[in-house]
Design a protein around this ligand. Structure first.
Ligand SMILES: N=C(N)NCCCC(=O)O
Ligand SMILES: [Zn+2]
Ligand SMILES: [Zn+2]
Length: 314
């Protein structure tokens, strides 16, 4: 296999110009094959409050121009150990949520094939459901590591079963998730009722609440995560609203009292060595962002995810 093609060399071609792909990586059409694809899903028809996450993928790409090839925290070069390419965006119908979910599912299936890993840039959290369907086809029930202020295990909104607050209940009903090895991280904020937590627990999910970070050292929380996920195939779903609105103002349903970006990046690094088979970063809504704060946080989260992926068989 050829050596991976990495990002455009920013010591020769200034990073503020030219094509806008994630981390200035090549597009899929520019490589012979890819181990890992960064894929955009510009879709926000499932949101319950502020819209705008449809602009998330391109905002995160634009905010990723300063990423560099060497990751000192993990002593790795994520774009040299695997071929990562930007697969562009899926074409989704903004007026028909069911059709959009099918298009995301078939697009993900086609792109990932039998071998490639997919990391997806949202889009609202609805998109995790079709993405999990495709992961399940390949790996069976996956251990879900869900970073979010919200449980997203609610049943319906306004009678609708497919929304950004309901993907993990639908995924549980469809048998896509191995609940006993799954976990929410960063949960906080007022709920509709106490039963919301009970129902999530009944689905099997453990939870690290945001307030736990005030008392537990981060290494203990990483240990809890690793013990829970074990050697299962792990799917990581990162709702950027897991971060405090001070670290991620550009999102649709912000909740006070969240994680810092430093905490999130440390947690992701703490997953190194686990069998992470796919991931998404969702809910970036640039209209409420300032100075790319949210876009930069999301792009760095994705960079850490790429850094912990097992090196594509090379
Ligand atoms: N941001 C996500 N994914 N879900 C939030 C749902 C919150 C609500 O409207 O009750
Ligand atoms: Zn959320
Ligand atoms: Zn969410």
């Amino acid at each position: 296999m050829n050596d991976p093609i990495g990002p455009v060399d920013s010591t020769r071609i200034p990073r503020y110009g030219g094509d806008t792909t994630f981390a200035r990586l090549p597009r899929l059409a520019e490589v012979t094959d890819a181990d890992t694809l960064v894929w955009g899903v510009p879709f926000d028809t499932g949101v319950s409050y502020r819209p705008g996450a449809r602009f998330g993928p391109n905002h995160v790409r634009q905010s990723s121009r300063l990423l560099r090839p060497y990751n000192p925290a993990l002593a790795t070069e994520p774009f040299a150990t695997q071929q990562v390419a930007d697969a562009g965006d899926v074409g989704v119908n903004p007026f028909d949520l069911n059709e959009a979910i099918s298009a995301i599912e078939s697009g993900a299936r086609e792109l990932s094939g039998t071998r490639r890993r997919l990391v997806t840039l949202g889009g609202d959290h609805t998109i995790a459901l079709p993405l999990l369907r495709v992961q399940h086809e390949r790996h069976g029930p996956v251990a879900l590591l869900h970073f979010d202020a919200h449980l997203d295990t609610w049943d319906t909104y306004f009678g609708s079963p497919y929304t950004h607050g309901t993907p993990f209940r639908r995924a549980t009903e469809e048998g896509l998730i191995d609940g006993e090895h799954s976990m929410h991280v960063g949960i906080r904020g007022p709920l509709y009722a106490r039963v919301d937590l009970d129902e999530s627990e009944k689905m099997g999910f453990a939870a690290v609440h945001s307030r736990d970070f005030a008392r537990s050292p981060i290494d203990d929380i990483i240990e809890r995560m690793r013990a829970r996920l074990g050697d299962r195939p792990v799917y990581a779903s990162i709702d950027i609203d897991v971060l405090d609105p001070g670290f991620a103002p550009g999102t649709g349903t912000p909740e006070s009292g969240g994680l810092s970006s430093r905490e999130l990046l440390e947690l992701l690094r703490g997953l190194n060595g686990l069998n992470v088979v796919g991931a998404d970063v969702v809910e970036v809504a640039p209209a409420y962002d300032h100075a790319e704060i949210t876009g930069i946080a999301a792009s760095h989260a994705l960079y850490e995810l790429l850094s912990i992926l097992p090196s594509g068989g090379r």
